[in-house]
Structure formats: structure tokens, C-alpha cells
Write a protein that binds this ligand. Sequence first.
Ligand SMILES: [Fe+2]
Ligand SMILES: [Fe+2]
Length: 471
Amino acid sequence: MAIDYNERIPNNVNLSDNRRLQRALEAWQPKYLEWWGDMGPEGFQTDDVYLRTAISVDAKGWAHFGHVKMPDYRWGIFLAEPEQDRRVNFGDHKGEKAWQEVPGEYRGVLRRLIVTQGDTEPASVEQQRLLGKTCPSLYDLRNLFQVNVEEGRHLWAMVYLLDAHFGRDGREEAEALLERRSGDEDKPRILGAFNEKTPDWLSFFMFTFFTDRDGKYQLASLAESGFDPLSRTCRFMLTEEAHHMFVGETGVGRTIQRACDIMNEHKTDDVRAHGGIDLPTIQKYVNFHFSVSEDLFGSEMSTNAANFYTMGLKGRFEETKIDDDHQLKDDTYTVLELAGDGFREVEEAALTVINERLRDDYINDCQKGVDRWNRIIKRAGIDFELKLPHRAFHRQIGTFANVRVSPEGKVVTQAEWDEKHTEWLPSDEDRAYVGSLMHAVTEPGKFANWIAPPARGINNQALDFEYVRFM
Ligand SMILES: [Fe+2]
Ligand SMILES: [Fe+2]
């Protein structure tokens, strides 16, 4: 399905056939660009960045690479190919034809789901807006901007749904998405993790590994939706999301590689003495970003999540590959709960713990990435293992928010927490140290001392390719 780039708004949804919608989006476009100017990457707006742009939505060759100035990036509306005779695949409407229009009785709920997802997209751009100034290389600078323009496009994806299917309140929500600000006291972004700071590149890589991966799981369960336009939008967004997680995994991996290289080269554990980021500090960043991202899945027990499922609006991860009745009325699912000063597994009604199941899928996926990081350390012959903290560690949402738990999963007193938490989470001093390493390296092919070069360039380009050309 080719994308029409002759239109003011590139799209593969025949936008020109729907004048009302076209007008609504064309009215929103300048406001979006104004937001990008105010809250997008600070600086670099007149530089040429080697970005990929979608040219068609099928698996092969959807990407075109070329130098573009970010404000000229062709943000648009791209839906994955329609599936023939698609059905609602779960919940009370299982087996019905998938909806092309919003079912009236689910209007409010569906709008809320779309707005909540949409809000995370500009939020992360806002969180990352200062990072360009301290990029460890041109390669990394380009990757940051690729992530940023695509998060901008994800906002477009959600705004399209709001404008196309929710009339006036959809338009109002589309405007509000440009008005909230990450970390703002009066008008914060909707979800907690999206109001945290992303002050340095290690945080950025952790964010794209852990928090963009939450995005993957949210999008994947929305891609199962019986509301077909939402499903198709999310399916295409997932292909973009994969690159964000690649940036995170390889970014952290290269930081680990550099720490190991320093340890081996200088026969020392004192990585900081040689300007690297030591593995214990990396572990603390893992603990922080993993726990904050886990909260994004919501409470363990959730009637909302049960309703979204029963209504056919938001499924489980890979719903259609699961071998059960896809209604779950009589099913149970094992979850962890607090029991005295420890934990125990209990069976709960599967419908009410849908969030927890998605969190399980997410944790398993995170673990695979951590295993790959550990292989880097092992290959370097170093005796150290990174670990995901216990799921109850440092939680703000759900039943574990009420207790203090160590990364190993031991319930501790507030006094123990106060004494130990700087061993478990980045301390002010750790953050100051990491911050002190952040200086821009912009010579093609050169990399900051705290991070190893990547294995290969973007789109088969050399490592010393000019990924960003300063004007
Ligand atoms: Fe996104
Ligand atoms: Fe993302």
C-alpha cells in the first residue's frame, strides 16, 4: 500500500476523499509544528539528519533513508494493510465482524484508551529534548532524532483516530495532547514514567529499552482490538517501535562493553577512574527504569482492564496465538501477592488480572535483553551479572506500592530502605557522575569515551558516515 506524498499530509487512508477529516487534520498540523518547535529537540532544527521515512507499509522496503531537516520530516498517517474478513477475536463480541466505526456504547472508553496511548508519544519527545547537546556521537544523535520524529508520528497516528472517529470531543482531545507537558506541575502528562526526567544518555538508552518496551506491549494488545482502525494503526507503529528498543538495547550494551574493556585494559574495577560507567551503576539504572516502567501496566487487579477485554477493545499480547476460549469467564491466572513479610502465588480470575499477565509478558521480554547484556560481560571474562530487580521493588502503583522491597525481593522496613536505597537506585552522586561524562562528540566516526562504537552503522553506512550534517 503506497503512501501518497503529494498530499500536504502524507497518508495511505485516502485522506483527500474525506474533506471533513482532511480539514480537521490540516487545522491541527500547524499546531503540531508549533509544539515541535517549542518542545521538540532543542537546537538542530536546521541541520540535515539521516532519517528513515516510511514509503509503504508492507514488510519489505517500507523505509527510505535520506538527509532531512527535522521540521521537514513527512509526518503522516500510515495504517497497516487491512486483514481480509477480520473479526473481533476475544471478549463478548468474539466472532463478530471487526468494527470499522466506534461502537456507540464504547465510545468514551475507547477514546480514553487512545488518548492515554497518544499522550505518551509527545511526552517522550519532551523528556528527551535536551539530549542532543551531549550526544556521544553523530550516530547516536541521529538515532535520538529518529526516535523523536517517530514518536511525533505516533502522536499523529492517535490524533488521526481521534479526528476520524470521535467528532468534536476527538478534536478537543487532539488539542489537549499538545497542551500537556512532561513534568509540568499544573498540566502533567497522564502517566508517571512520562513525567520523569531523561537527563543523560544512559537514562535515554534505559528509557528506550524499558519504557519503549512498555509501549510495545501496550501497542501489541491494542493491535488485537476489535476496533479495526486502532488495530491497523498500532500494527504499523510496532514496526517503528522495534527500532527504538534496538537503540536502547545496543546503547546500554555498548556502555557495558566499554566498562568491560576498561576493566580488562587497566586490570581494575575502578571504571570511573578511566571515565567509564561501572557495572554497579548500570545495575542501579536498570533497577530504576525497570520498576518505573512496570508501573505503566497498572494495578494487578483491574476491572477497567477486564472491561476493555470483555468489550473487545484491548486484548492480550498475541491474543490469537493463545490456545483458550478468548473469553476467560471461568479461567484463572497465577499472580504474586504479598503474604506477611514475603510473597505467595495465588490464582485469580483471569479477567481481573489481565494487566498482570501483560506485565509478565513484558518482564520475560526484558529478561531476554538482560541475558544478552550478560553475554557481553561474560565474553569479556568478567564475573558480574546484571539482574532485573524483583517485580515488587520500588513500585508506586498496585499492591506492592504499600511496601518496601529490596531488589532481591525481601520485604524491608522503611528504616532499612532509607539506609540502603542509594545502593539500589541511582544516588544523586551517581547521577552527577554520569552527568559529568555527557559532552557532545560530533566528529564523524568518533565516540565518547564512556561508550563503545556500535557493531555497524545505520542502513549499511560506515561508522564515520555524516549521520548529521550541521548547517
Ligand atoms: Fe511511540
Ligand atoms: Fe517508541
